[in-house]
Design a protein around this ligand. Sequence first.
Ligand SMILES: Nc1nc2c(ncn2[C@@H]2O[C@H](COP(=O)(O)OP(=O)(O)OP(=O)(O)O)[C@@H](O)[C@H]2O)c(=O)[nH]1
Length: 255
Amino acid sequence: MRLTGDPAPGTMNSSGSGNFLLVPIPEYPLLDCVPNKTVKIVVLGANNVGKTALIVRFLTKRFIGDYEANTGALYSRKVTLDGEEVSLQIQDTPCVALQDDAEGLYCQEQINRSIYWADGYVLVFSITDHNSYRTIQPLYQHVRRIHPSGNIPVILVGNKSDLLRARQVPADEGETLAASLGGVYFEASARENHEGVHTAFLHLCQEVIRALGGGNGEKRRGGLHLARPKSPNMQELKRRFRQVLSSKVKSATTL
Ligand SMILES: Nc1nc2c(ncn2[C@@H]2O[C@H](COP(=O)(O)OP(=O)(O)OP(=O)(O)O)[C@@H](O)[C@H]2O)c(=O)[nH]1
């Protein structure tokens, strides 16, 4: 499957690559959306697993070392999937955490809204953090409670695969868990490798399109419209780029 960015007025080429452009989403109306062709993905997981890093890597091909704990930015771009133009929207989320009994989840209302809104789910843990792995099963059950019927397009991503010496979760555990959720397991490193991240997101896009039967996600919800999560988006990403660049310049000049 091929994925290419579609330059649009007002977009920023933050990666230096003409193919990867971020498109800010206007609050109302969704001017950049391709009518009836919107793929909505939410990225979920425990804290510090690399949710933001994975999204930024996928959209910009870049890895930015440090991110503020995020409050849930929504990113959007037009893409061509298998020759068809679609609007891809990716929702970053604040972290979820296991409750003390290790079965329930602390999960903000904002995350529930994102889960309801989305068509496809990226469940992320860090291979260096077994606790983050343990959140995945309850997290998936939580998604299931919000979408009790039907197929849920999901992928499981074991991030930070560059930190092999610190590995706490063997790859076969990831594979087994993904299979039990009805999804595919990807090990990835947002830090070191764009390809793995790209392949994982692309796979999910394809699964979503298949699940929607080429139509729009609203169909699945019987026409019920829920306001999408709020979107700080491009300004925030630009600010983070500037912050990282200025700290790099500062440390270079103090050397
Ligand atoms: N070594 C390594 N570090 C990573 C990788 N991905 C992210 N990180 C680092 O892990 C930390 C957390 O990354 P984030 O993307 O902010 O993680 P998050 O899951 O969005 O974090 P919260 O918003 O706090 O839930 C940062 O210091 C990143 O630099 C990776 O693939 N390898």
